[in-house]
Design a protein around this ligand. Structure first.
Ligand code: SAM
Length: 279
């Protein structure tokens, strides 16, 4: 079978079918076999693994995943792509295609067992909601290897006091360790998008890396703390706790009482919650 993730492979498939690129579905297909190799190698899939692929497109990554995994469940929203994928992979009995919107589908119903590996190259405007859905629903997922806009990779991997550091950095850090795999120039896609990309791998923790007494409260205060970045933490959180309580906790943690939310690590946020809840 001809490799799909090349300029010629992609052009051949597109010209064979009455396919029209759908901008609304963020369709930029991968045409660089070296990037595909990096995605497959870094995702560590073996013949024991079930892979959930989100947004297979014309199958540029599906082909390589099918050859390396036990089973592949691909969820694609665009009905034009269903006959293309069905025909391309008719000889693979380990391929299951689901025509649906990943944001609407009950993902747990699709997954046969635990330790699923997710691989995805999605429209960038829905990357974060999809990642958060996968993480918050506590699905039996081991890792997510995903193509993201370069700026999203920077946000996920940022450290305190950096302009890219935000509530999403902390949410991601709560659920997983973020591994940078590679940068992906825009010329690696057809059609060429107007942003650069990066592949990252989210290695999902079996247990959160911090010991926090109230997770719901943790996320609520992180949201408040980053709502108005220039405010001090004491002022940002004053709708939730008394200013004195927050100051006391900061002093106990040896932090400046005028510190801003963007300066605290996830561990410091959890210490703050634990102290406030205890007092
Ligand atoms: N994975 C292919 C590749 O690497 O060439 C296609 C990538 S393209 C950037 C994104 C794919 O996700 C498209 O096939 C698009 O139709 C599909 N898609 C967009 N939104 C989706 C959604 N909500 N649920 C499932 N698939 C979606």
């Amino acid at each position: 079978m001809q490799k799909i993730a090349t300029p010629k492979g992609t052009k051949d498939i597109i010209s064979k079918y009455p396919f029209v690129f759908q901008k609304k579905f963020g369709q930029n297909f991968l045409i660089d076999p070296n990037i595909l190799d990096k995605i497959i190698t870094s995702s560590n899939i073996t013949k024991e693994d079930t892979v959930l692929e989100i947004g297979p497109g014309i199958g540029s990554m599906t082909q390589a995943i099918l050859e390396n995994a036990k089973e592949v469940i691909s969820v694609e929203i665009d009905k034009q792509l269903i006959p293309i994928l069905t025909e391309q992979f008719k000889n693979y009995d380990n391929f299951k295609l689901v025509h649906n919107d990943i944001l609407k589908v009950n993902i747990l119903d699709l997954l046969p067992n635990s330790d699923i590996k997710v691989i995805a190259n999605l429209p960038y405007y829905i990357t974060t909601p999809i990642i958060m859905k996968l993480l918050e629903e506590k699905l039996p997922i081991n890792s997510i290897t995903i193509m993201v806009q370069k700026e999203v990779a920077q946000r996920f991997m940022s450290l305190p006091n950096n302009k890219n550091y935000g509530a999403i950095t902390l949410a991601i850090n709560f659920y997983c360790d973020v591994e940078f795999i590679c940068n992906v120039p825009r010329a690696c896609f057809m059609p060429i998008p107007n942003v650069d990309s990066a592949v990252i791998k989210l290695n999902i923790y079996k247990r959160p890396p911090i010991d926090v007494s109230n997770t719901e409260l943790l996320f609520k205060i992180i949201k408040l703390a980053f709502g108005q970045r220039r405010k001090t933490l004491v002022n940002s959180l004053s709708s939730e706790f008394s200013k004195d309580k927050i100051r006391e906790a900061l002093i106990e943690m040896n932090l400046d009482i005028n510190i801003r939310g963007e300066a605290l690590s996830l561990k410091e946020y959890s210490n703050l919650i634990n102290l406030i809840e205890k007092n």
